[in-house]
Design a protein around this ligand. Structure first.
Ligand code: HPA
Length: 270
């Protein structure tokens, strides 16, 4: 596995000129950030050795190298979800590669169902902690000791410093941000009313189907993480209505300009 990660990292280092400093996973709601990137090079996942290929609707698959406000970034346009049938190792492979390329900061976004009754559909939530409800963990198995410890600390999964900066940026820009705990589940079913209630009771503010595996692996390797989530539907009792992937995409698209502004400014501080 480590050999494959190294091979891919070497391929990508040789394939473009600027050494990326920040890794970005352009999940739902952050697609617009591409417009903020001065693109130097794009590489379709299919052309990258050892990379899985993304299949889900609304997610293209390519790596984008370039700069945001002068900061060199590597952005994943399209991520790998566990529900697509990839293993946890495949889902988190690109994050491993980022670290071996020298990237120390990871920014992720996603869409989620709101559990906190103070949240509205369309709100943007800074992820300040998570609960892993995938029923598995990407670090199961032999530890890659060259990359991180057997029992990684998770006391600060999402950087307090970056959360502080993002809140300050949002305040200056007049953008309202919520903050809370993201529950990560395998999916692909959205939650039943009883499941939404359960995730609220255990301490969640939002629930979605991504991000937790990538952040676990990033923290294993000591990377600094920042995550945001767009609340695309409500899991609050009395507000639950039928939802579809299309509606999730639509709500996320509406929140995208504000999300993009905050992230672009945040990258500028890194
Ligand atoms: N549940 C899980 N994942 C989601 C949801 C949800 O309600 N909305 C968007 N992604």
């Amino acid at each position: 596995m480590l050999e494959k990660i190294k091979e891919t990292a070497q391929f990508l280092m040789a394939a473009q000129k600027t050494k990326p400093q920040v890794g970005i996973i352009l999940g739902t709601g952050l697609g617009g950030l591409v417009k903020e990137i001065d693109i130097e090079k794009t590489i379709p996942y299919g052309e990258i050795p050892n990379f899985p290929v993304s299949t889900v609707e609304g997610h293209q698959g390519q790596l984008i190298f370039g700069t945001i406000k002068g900061k060199p970034v590597m952005a994943m346009q399209g991520r790998f979800h566990y529900y697509e049938g990839y293993t946890m190792q495949q889902v988190t492979f690109p994050v491993r590669v980022m670290k071996l390329m020298g990237i120390e900061q990871l920014i992720v976004s996603n869409a989620s169902g709101g559990l906190n009754p103070d949240f509205k559909v369309g709100d943007i939530m800074i992820i300040d902690d998570h609960i892993n409800m995938f029923g598995t963990n990407p670090l199961l198995g032999k530890n890659m000791a060259e990359l991180g410890p057997r029992f990684p600390d998770m006391s600060q999964p999402y950087s307090h410093e970056l959360i502080k900066r993002a809140n300050a940026i949002a305040k200056k820009e007049g953008i309202e941000l919520k903050q809370g705990v993201y529950v990560g589940t395998a999916g692909p079913t959205f939650e039943t009313p009883a499941e939404y209630k359960n995730f609220r009771i255990i301490g969640g503010d939002a629930v979605g189907m991504s991000t937790v595996p990538e952040v676990i692996v990033a923290r294993h390797m000591g990377m600094t993480c920042f995550g945001v989530s767009i609340i695309t539907d409500s899991g609050v009792p009395g507000q639950i209505v039928e939802i579809s992937h299309e509606e999730v995409q639509q709500v996320a698209a509406a929140a995208e300009p504000n999300m993009t502004r905050v992230i672009a400014e945040l990258v500028n501080t890194l």
